[in-house]
Design a protein around this ligand. Structure first.
Ligand code: HEC
Ligand code: HEC
Ligand code: HEC
Ligand code: HEC
Length: 190
């Protein structure tokens, strides 16, 4: 009698885990999908360090910086859960899993700042058929626009091994320097 409730709670836990990972998987589409309609942003983003942030986890990359931060420069951190949340797109949220399974989600992609595209892309949402979409509907579907200091703080915070306590992130300066080229939107979305 004593063991019964424990067993069923355990079984329920497994069922919940399974459901969560299946639902999350549809969310992230990868930056390549955004390129078709946002060539300028894609091209300039592709040239940033953030686009290539996954490579920093490979052995030998930025060896001096790793030594200073007391990390092993020869180690492979590309499968290390402690690093992936900030060097990939959507890790732990149904996005990046591994470079083999989800290669288009390695690095800080569009959706790391703008939210998972699966929610807001589609004929009746953000599309060429609906260029004058209403922004509130897309925001409700998970679009992040414009990203704010808080968006960046998900990664740019003192949990990074390379910055000490008291780290300050200058949002305005970094935004101008480090995201992508910006173009004025052509259509009204109010
Ligand atoms: C099929 C075309 C299409 C695709 C694919 C697409 N977009 Fe868009 N997007 C648009 C159009 C059209 C607009 C409105 C452009 C305008 O007003 O000039 C827009 C606007 C935006 C905006 C501005 C939002 C605002 O504040 O109104 C952001 C941010 C954005 N897209 C990000 C993305 C991201 C990230 C992806 C990939 C996950 C993506 N888009 C994929 C067509 C697309
Ligand atoms: C909380 C988010 C976060 C975590 C966790 C994190 N990083 Fe980073 N990492 C960043 C950010 C943000 C930067 C860029 C810092 C900047 O430019 O201010 C960075 C920069 C780096 C750099 C470049 C450092 C330099 O000075 O050139 C390397 C290498 C790196 N990270 C590796 C790792 C490894 C390996 C791990 C896991 C042990 C890890 N990171 C965990 C957010 C994180
Ligand atoms: C998913 C995690 C993540 C998010 C979200 C994020 N960053 Fe970063 N950012 C990084 C990492 C990791 C690096 C380190 C790249 C390197 O050193 O090569 C970085 C580097 C940068 C750089 C240096 C880029 C370069 O080419 O030298 C700037 C500037 C920057 N981030 C600005 C921002 C701004 C502004 C935001 C928010 C609008 C933001 N970041 C959001 C992880 C993130
Ligand atoms: C590091 C964070 C970050 C990443 C990664 C990022 N963006 Fe943005 N994006 C921003 C910020 C911040 C703004 C708003 C700028 C402002 O407030 O003027 C923006 C604005 C936009 C806009 C509105 C029009 C414009 O040009 O400002 C579009 C469209 C857009 N991004 C598309 C993309 C696409 C497509 C990608 C990937 C190829 C991408 N973004 C990657 C931070 C990011």
């Amino acid at each position: 009698m004593k063991g019964a409730p424990r067993t069923s709670a355990w079984a329920a836990g497994i069922a919940v885990l399974g459901a969560a990972s299946a639902a999350g998987a549809a969310g992230y589409v990868g930056s390549q999908k955004c390129k078709a309609c946002h060539i300028q942003q894609h091209k300039s983003w592709d040239a940033t360090h953030m686009a290539k942030a996954f490579d920093l986890l490979k052995p030998g990359e930025r060896a001096d910086a790793k030594k200073k931060a007391k990390l092993d420069p020869a180690a492979d951190y590309t499968k290390d859960a402690k690093c992936l949340a900030c060097h990939t797109t959507g890790y732990g949220k149904g996005g990046f899993k591994s470079v083999e399974e989800t290669p288009t989600l390695a690095g800080v992609g569009c959706e790391a700042c703008h939210g998972p595209g699966g929610g807001y892309l589609g004929d009746d949402k953000m599309s060429l058929k609906n260029k004058e979409y209403k922004r509130p509907a897309l925001l409700a579907a998970g679009l992040v626009s414009p990203p704010t200091a808080e968006t960046c703080a998900a990664c740019h915070n003192d949990k990074s091994p390379f910055v000490g306590p008291g780290y300050k992130f200058d949002f305005k300066e970094r935004k101008d320097k480090g995201t992508h080229e910006h173009a004025k939107l052509k259509y009204s979305h109010d």
